[in-house]
Design a binder for this molecule. Structure first.
Ligand code: ATP
Ligand code: MG
Length: 367
């Protein structure tokens, strides 16, 4: 798929802007603070209905205005699809084909994007929150059921934690309601774990291949799911739900004492291994970055396999962060198949690696 055009109104520092893109590579050039990242962010928001930089939609609205509008025209195998997102001070409206969608989950997934920024190179050495966010954002775009389970899980988790607080501070002694919440949490949690395991297996298949190529056959990359629950491997979704429920029940006293939920997908993590050794603890800086690159690029293929179409790739200042060999691999992987938007301070940073001429946009102060 690719984004044919984008219209912004009062989005960040763009008061009004209409752009037509190339289905190949689009380069956004400009000095600092001109609006390069803002433009990539607008495409990301059009796809996922949320920003990768902030949870507060108000920041996305042009200073002093009440509403931001993002419109895009997406070309897919099935035809052209207009998408519209309206961000107001009191919420957002999403339209697909001019029809307003009652739920955002019906909107998300029409346009698939992968965003790659310098902080993603820290995926491996950073904290577990970043790695969970990575799975949730990427997988949520292509699997509506995953997104649904995740939203429900978060709601029940909040309720359950509130109730555990009440029990831990002796404001209630009734454990029947807690059991209801445990059962609900385990139902959504077990499904999430089952889906994550499946997703990681897919991701590993492609990441392994890319990693071998980048390291010229020297490093075998494997991904494992690191769960706070015991023995999650080799179970069906239903068994995982049962497993989580049993383990929640078994640790109830500890949870009541601490006043919070100690097990479940919100505490889980991913481990990356090279030739069997944990990259986070034993890997060099370069190995950690190459691993992050392989995993990010593998997503392109996972999305293709799941949705039948390649996603868009948004690269924010990453080329300058990679050495020559990794740059070559990145550009080789995307050229001729993935519509790409990349930011750079100047053209000579990108030109040497491109086969075909890109479409170039020079950005100055939101224009
Ligand atoms: P760099 O090369 O430094 O990353 P950039 O071109 O990516 O720069 P952006 O992050 O896209 O820069 O744009 C930053 C500019 O947008 C800043 O000058 C900031 O003041 C402005 N800006 C951010 N939010 C808003 C908003 N809600 N309304 C108006 N302007 C905004
Ligand atoms: Mg920027």
């Amino acid at each position: 798929m690719f984004l044919k055009s984008l219209d912004l109104k009062n989005y960040r520092n763009y008061s009004s802007c209409s752009l037509e893109f190339s289905p190949g590579i689009n380069v956004l050039l400009g000095r600092n603070a001109q609006g390069k990242t803002n433009l990539l962010e607008a495409i990301y928001v059009l796809a996922t209905a949320r920003s990768h930089r902030t949870a507060n939609d108000r920041e996305l609205i042009y200073f002093g205005e009440d509403q931001a509008d993002i419109k895009g025209s997406v070309s897919r195998h099935t035809g052209t699809l207009p998408l519209e997102l309206q961000l107001g001070k009191h919420g957002k409206k999403a339209r697909v084909n001019h029809l307003e969608q009652a739920k955002l989950s019906q909107y998300i997934g029409q346009l698939n994007v992968i965003l790659f920024a310098p902080e993603d190179l820290a995926l491996v050495k950073g904290n577990p929150t970043g790695r969970r966010r990575f799975i949730d954002m990427e997988f949520g775009q292509i699997a509506p059921r995953y997104l649904h389970n995740l939203t429900q899980y978060r709601d029940v988790l909040k309720q359950r934690n509130r109730y555990l607080k009440l029990l831990s501070t002796h404001q209630t002694t009734d454990k029947v309601f807690l059991d209801v919440l445990s059962e609900q949490l385990a139902a959504f949690g077990g499904s999430i774990i089952a889906q994550r395991l499946e997703f990681l297996q897919e991701l590993e298949k492609y990441a392994q291949e890319l990693h071998l190529a980048i390291t010229q056959g020297a490093e075998k990359l494997t991904l494992t799911y690191d769960s706070k629950l015991k023995d999650v491997l080799g179970h069906s979704e239903q068994e995982l739900q049962q497993l989580m429920y049993q383990q929640l029940k078994g640790q109830l006293q500890k949870e009541i004492f601490q006043g919070t939920t100690l097990f479940g997908p919100h505490r889980d993590d991913i481990k990356f291994l090279i030739n069997g050794k944990n990259v986070q603890t034993f890997g060099s800086q370069g190995q950690q970055r190459t691993t992050a690159l392989s995993v990010k690029l593998a997503e392109i293929d996972v999305m293709k396999e799941q949705t039948g179409e390649y996603p868009l790739l948004l690269l924010d200042d990453v080329l300058s962060e990679l050495d020559g060999q990794r740059q070559t691999h990145l550009l080789k992987t995307i050229q001729n198949k993935v519509q790409t938007f990349l930011t750079a301070p100047a053209m000579n940073d990108v030109a040497k690696n491109l086969i075909k001429a890109p479409r170039i946009f020079t950005i100055e102060n939101g224009h």
